[in-house]
Ligand binder design. Sequence first.
Ligand code: UDP
Length: 452
Amino acid sequence: MERKERSSEDETDVLVFPFPVQGHINPMLQFAKRLASKGLKVTFLTTKPMQSPSTSISIQIIEFPEGEQANGTEEFAHLFKTLVSERLTNLIDRLNSSSSDPPKALVYDSFLPWALDVAKQCGLHGASFFTQSWSNSSIYYHLNQGTLKVPLEENAVVSLPSMPVLGINDLPSFVSDTGSYPSLLKMVVDRFSNFQEADWLFCNTFKELEHEVINWMASKWPIKTVGPTIPSMYLDKRIKDDNDYGLHLFKPDSELCIKWLDSKETDSVVYVSFGSLAGLTEEQMLELSLGLKRSNRYFLWVVREAEQSKLPSNFIEETSEKGLVVSWCPQLDVLAHRAVGCFMTHCGWNSTLEALSLGVPMIAMPQWTDQPTNAKFVADVWQGGIRVSKDEKGVVTKEEVEWCIREIMEGERSLEIRKNSEKWKNLAKEAVDEGGSSDKNIEEFVAKLLCN
Ligand code: UDP
């Protein structure tokens, strides 16, 4: 693709603006890298200082010191909207006036629907970026449209267009338990308050993974799949220096983890992690520890520092022959390691996409937000894993943990799940590789901006 020579630092084709939490920054930064690799000049907007991962991506910081003092998510989002929207407008105005070739589009996090007004006001195209699975997002879409009424009975089911029948426990937790986090529910539903006016709706998924619900939505709205947004070196390997997200919330014990895994046989280790936010109850920690012990398998368990006091005393010492407990690990390298045989996961969307992309069978143990829906798809639709059952108190018992590990590592369905995981790994790579479904969507967007 031909492009004009750039003269000024301020010249940029597209601005990419995530909500400032890791699970949103990572996929949007990866998307920015893809755009840059196709010749666009990209500016990544952030309220947190960070280094640019590539020479073709400029970083512009929008100051937001008030966020540090915010009391909870609701206040944070309110302050973000009122203060940052004004600062964003000023920034775009400056770019518009200082450059002979001003930016053409703003790709904003779907959590920030007001950013579309800023884009339009400043004469830019607006593209909303959805960081969750499209199946999850479409549940919120139906809530916003009034086409989903959440039934109150425990055994009720929900039927939505082009989606499998969902039980109450398959719905996002903000929906199945509407009283739990009303401000977060409002935030995810509000993503659809003005989406009809956006020029593009990008989603971190790939067409083959959620084709029915995506086709249904794409027949009405300009939804474009652009994922999985995983560093290229783990997928198509076309962006040579892209082997890391570039941002780590916690410091990973990389050397220790990889050395330990190197000493284990192929497919022999259970990798356990519940992401950066979820906290288990003390009772659940105990059952999980006992289950891991009973399974008699090697395990690598990420227990964040804030969670470590919930581990049973002496657990680490008692299991040191079999297990390694770390406070954070380089998850992509761990999932790509030949020694890892399965991933016991909370089914955060990034972890789910990473496991699918690296072909690792999952034991789905969802905790909250979009995770129950992801777990439903992992087990029943993509069949790349199994889902734990909880007892009447909502706890996954040690017997259940032991059973799930045995089932996925050597049980009746183990081979079939392994085959499916391999299938998804290949499809994920194909989607972002040259001519793949996500690649084509990204190319189209780039072409549109370059000839605009
Ligand atoms: N992660 C990691 N090391 C760990 C655990 C998690 O690097 O020890 C990364 C993981 O690769 C993923 C992110 O943290 O990219 C977690 O995101 P996800 O959406 O799965 O869950 P969340 O943390 O948002 O609940």
